[in-house]
Design a protein around this ligand. Sequence first.
Ligand code: ZN
Ligand code: ZN
Length: 74
Amino acid sequence: MEEIKLYAILECPSCHSRYKREMPKKSKDLSSHCVFCGEVYSVNHEEDCCIYCKHSNTKCPEKMKLNERINENT
Ligand SMILES: [Zn+2]
Ligand SMILES: [Zn+2]
């Protein structure tokens, strides 16, 4: 069985460097560690879904699925 890996390009809010990180399919990442400046930044789960939805170029797998479902219904 082939596993599809999902990657996001995260942008550090502190130094604005971009780096790639693999997204977990089942859990949500609420914080990330910038590989360039060492900043650990996080999101407030009550306001934002996860670190990928807020600080990356893509949405997390869960949000992507929700969007697909919305598109199917319209
Ligand atoms: Zn940084
Ligand atoms: Zn998310």
